[in-house]
Ligand binder design. Sequence first.
Ligand SMILES: [Fe+2]
Ligand SMILES: [Fe+2]
Length: 297
Amino acid sequence: MESPIRIDVSLLPPATRHDTIFKAYESLDEGQSLVLAVDHDPQPLFYEFSHKYPKSFGWDYLDKGPEKWRVLITRQQSITDRIVADLVMEDLSLGKVFDAYGIDFCCHGDISLEEACRRQKLDINEVLVAMKKKSGPGAFWQPHFEEWSVSLLIQYILENHHSWERHALSDIEDLTIKVADHHGADFPNLKKVKEMVDHLKYAIIDHFFEEENELFPMILKGSKSVELLKEIEKMKVEHAEVGAILTDLTLFTNNFQPPQQACGSFRLLYSKLGEFKQDILQHIHLENTLLVAKAVA
Ligand SMILES: [Fe+2]
Ligand SMILES: [Fe+2]
């Protein structure tokens, strides 16, 4: 048997680790594995894998710390290639979703999900979203944040939201400059969009700095001091500021709807802004509610 690729991300900057791992994983053929070595429990990465590659990867710990964690990650068949009947056998709740979409998982269930959607002329992404909502625990990623330790929650926020949003902001900034340069004369609103994106970027960068260097270390130390409460209040004020910029941007761009004549880059920019807004809103919700509750408990 072919030996798996080995990848040690311990020495890489945290912000680049997940991208490096996903690139290595996506370069695997079905059935191939990689061995990931890292200096902390990569549990948040497992959840991100579950989200990105539902029911289509293997995850086996080879070492569980305390200094080194090693996981054998195996690329399996994509969920869209899985047999419909098998999916229902594994998770009976999916039967209701398939019923609702007219997908036969019984007598004619020996076809892939992709094929079943094609035959029924269904949008497979819509079906996947419905499956995700309905599916039982474990079939898709159903995070139970309330059961997590505060350190795991912070690790998750840093590795998923902060890291992803930093990358996304950088892409959005580049795209905004490009679109404003090329189309600013035809669409004067783009100048204002660029100003708003700049404003958003600086507000978020400052906010992340504050959380990563002040608030999160205080929480991790178990502080229950007045300073902690002040930092939490500061965090909430900054969240409200970011939320206000995003609301303005949403209104100004008509909920990120590009004009009819907009080119591909213009459309991509608005689509990325909408996606970014969703991620930030989840992120803020997680911090304002669960993280605060755990920090002051
Ligand atoms: Fe945050
Ligand atoms: Fe925050």
